[in-house]
Design a protein around this ligand. Structure first.
Ligand code: SF4
Length: 703
């Protein structure tokens, strides 16, 4: 039927899923998306993965929220709620926009005025546009009056960003993904691009076919490992041991770039001294990689004409995530493998706009463009720009906010497009915290698990229903354009933000999204040269783009690093074990992550016909020998339990996982695996340890 239907309009936009930022075209008829085509964008050159190509019909799903909802007075909140879409109206009643906004804004204002500015907090979204992220953080900072604003970057690359800001003065990538095609050696560590950044993976595969040597380092054998020159299946949680051993080799064999170290860095002597104790022979039994292989890879990386490192959440989601990233930065600095095409450091950003949302200041310690809230000169600048006094103390992060609710410090929250009831670690605790709030306002497109705990639900717009800019993992700002209208009474997020701001006492009057972007670029030097007109015309511009007319810089740090001294800084790291190690009661390790077909907490992709048909049921990936050892077989139901909770799901035999480690995607509400994960935090990035906790497994249970 679709194939025979001719679209009545084509709208150029970008993909709503991962940070690769593929450009696409929506083909629309009668306000319905018929199909999607890839466009010739800088990151995809017409390629799309299964999510980008088929993951659009969630926007038309009958579960869409189409009218504001208010919690019934006799519907108590409970952290151990059971999702029952058929009984939603037992819990909520329909309301007008005026009533819902008055209740939301009035109650949040009352809490602020009664209990103080720090009694409120907000979570924005990495799925929203730059303009939405900017206005959200501005609403919290000027309307709530504190810096208690964060979003899911805290759960993905906060530790990478902490290490990058500390070491090289910028939290973004040094080189675009496409530079793998110019590199002689590419290391992919703690990342599974085939699943999580599929089009980026295709460029890596193309590079390998053209002679690039690929080294994959990961406890789980990813699809890319099949194409690798070397695959290092190191033991979970031993990143620092393995990377320090490589640096030991580079120092001892004098493979360092002495000129680069002397002219571009500080702190090398401390690093050199620190890695002295990490010989390959000593580290081999710890990380599980033999000394010869460690030596070989270290030499390969150090001596090539261009080596590039890409990493993901296997690096960042540990209590030593910042240390892991510090080691990768040190590897690049000591060998001078940064500041040229085909080199550099690339933390693969997860969601479509996690880079842009962070840039826009959706983080508790920074105003837009990573300008620290506790810097008086910076604060004075934003006070002048926003015409209001601002708080100069960093706010609380995602997990800290959940604890602060339990402690009675945070009493009200506004959540736009995030689903912490599914995505936060120790999700039972997170749900109890959300249930304990005096007032929770949630703005979303579906009745998510977080909505179940809301007092007011504001029906919002899906990605193809609004226009805005989005920044991909390559630092490229791209234009997403409205293709269809929101359903029913659902509204565009910028409208909702502005209406709620007015009810908090703010006198906002943005007439068009371009006015928000224009305000942003005047407070954010890195995008100061990007105009809305240029985005409209060129579809994408890469920052830094400081002055109008600048072409934008895909490769940075060519001559200097954006730190006070202009030099990058080595920061040594030592081995810190995971917070919760296996023991006799909980003898196995849980690793969580994503699947190719499903996106984060699944609220969109599980309502997409093709994607849900491909992966309809909650699964755990178990090594076949471990599965057989417990008397099970593929397809059996198993129950996984940690000290914090348990879930039941189907076992899938998968020998890419190491023995003793079980991998579970976090997208299945029926088996919300974050009920099991550990909320222990990296002390620098405040990121939870999603990649390691102790579990036990038994056959049986009920899915
Ligand atoms: Fe979308 Fe990422 Fe797939 Fe590209 S690779 S189509 S951005 S999900």
């Amino acid at each position: 039927e679709v194939a025979l239907t001719v679209p009545d309009k084509k709208v150029d936009s970008v993909c709503p899923y991962c940070g690769v930022g593929c450009q696409l075209t929506y083909n629309v008829k009668d306000n319905k998306i018929l199909f999607v085509e890839g466009r010739d964008g800088p990151a995809n050159h017409e390629r799309l993965c299964v999510k980008g190509r088929y993951g659009f019909d969630y926007a038309h799903h009958p579960h869409r929220l189409t009218v504001p909802l208010i919690r019934r007075a006799d519907a108590p909140k409970s952290g151990d709620f059971v999702m029952d879409p058929d009984r939603v109206m037992d819990v909520f009643r329909e309301a007008t926009w005026e009533e819902a906004l008055a209740l939301a804004g009035g109650t949040l204002s009352n809490i602020r005025d009664t209990h103080g500015k720090k009694s409120l907090a907000g979570f924005g979204s990495a799925k929203g546009s730059n303009e939405e992220a900017y206005l959200f953080q501005k609403l919290v900072r000027t309307g709530f009056g504190s810096n208690n604003v964060d979003h899911c970057t805290r759960l993905c690359h906060a530790s990478s960003v902490a290490a990058l800001l500390e070491g090289i003065g910028s939290g973004a990538v040094s080189n675009p993904v496409m530079d793998v095609t110019k590199a002689e050696v590419v290391i992919v560590i703690g990342a599974n691009p085939t699943v999580n950044h599929p089009v980026a993976a295709t460029w890596i595969k193309n590079a390998v076919k053209n002679g690039t040597k690929l080294v994959v380092c990961d406890p789980r054998r990813s699809d890319l490992a099949r194409m690798s020159h070397r695959y290092l299946q190191f033991k979970p949680d031993t990143d620092v041991a393995m990377l320090n051993a490589m640096m030991h080799v580079i120092v001892h064999e004098n493979l360092v770039d002495a000129d680069f170290i002397a002219s571009r860095t500080i702190g090398y002597d401390e690093l050199k001294q620190n890695v002295e104790g990490y010989s390959p022979e000593l580290m081999a039994p710890i990380c599980g990689i033999d000394a010869d292989t460690l030596r070989y890879v270290a030499r390969l990386y150090a001596t090539s004409k261009g080596s590039m490192i890409l990493w993901g959440m296997g690096i960042s989601q540990h209590i030593h995530g910042t240390d892991n990233a510090r080691c990768l930065i040190a590897l690049a600095l000591m060998t001078g493998q940064i500041g040229r095409p085909g080199t550099g450091l690339h933390p693969l950003r997860g969601q479509n706009n996690v880079q842009g949302a962070s840039d826009a200041g959706l983080i508790p310690m920074m105003f837009p463009d990573y300008q620290r809230v506790d810097n008086p000169a910076v604060r004075a600048k934003f006070e002048a720009a926003w015409n209001t006094p601002l708080d100069g103390t960093p706010g609380l992060t995602v997990v800290e906010i959940m604890h602060a609710i339990k402690a009675g410090q945070i009493r009200g929250m506004y959540i736009m497009g995030e689903n912490p009831a599914m995505s936060d670690p120790d999700a039972n605790h997170a749900r109890e915290s959300l249930a304990a709030l005096e007032h929770l306002v949630v703005q979303d497109i579906f009745l998510t698990e977080t909505c179940y705990l809301a007092d007011v639900i504001l029906p919002a717009s899906a990605f193809p229903e609004k226009t805005g800019s989005f920044t991909n993992t390559d630092r490229t700002v791209q234009m997403g354009r409205q293709a269809i209208d929101p359903p029913g009474q659902a509204k565009q997020d910028l409208w909702i933000l502005q209406e709620l701001a007015r009810r908090l006492g703010l006198d906002w009057n943005y007439q068009h999204v371009s006015e928000v972007f224009d305000e942003m670029r005047h407070t954010m030097p890195s995008i100061g040269g990007i105009t809305w007109d240029r985005l409209e015309r060129e579809h994408s511009v890469t920052y830094p783009c400081v002055a109008e007319g600048d072409p934008g810089d895909p490769v940075v740090f060519i001559e200097t690093f954006p730190r006070d001294s202009g030099r990058a800084r080595f920061v040594p790291a030592d081995i810190i074990p995971a917070d919760e190690r296996p023991d006799t009661a909980y003898p196995l390790v849980l690793i969580t992550g994503r699947q190719l077909e499903h996106w984060h907490t699944g609220s969109m992709t599980r309502r997409t016909a093709v994607l849900d048909a491909l992966e309809p049921d909650p699964v755990a990936l178990v090594h076949p020998l471990d599965l057989a050892g417990m008397g099970g077989k593929p397809g059996d139901v198993i129950t996984i339990e940690s000290r914090r909770g348990k879930v039941t799901l189907y076992a899938r035999a998968d020998d890419s996982s190491p023995r003793g480690a079980i991998f579970v995607p976090f997208c299945y509400y029926e088996a919300a695996i974050n009920k099991l994960t550990n909320a222990a935090l990296d002390p620098f990035g405040k990121i939870p340890e999603f990649k390691y906790c102790a579990i036990r497994v038994a056959l049986g249970g009920e899915v």
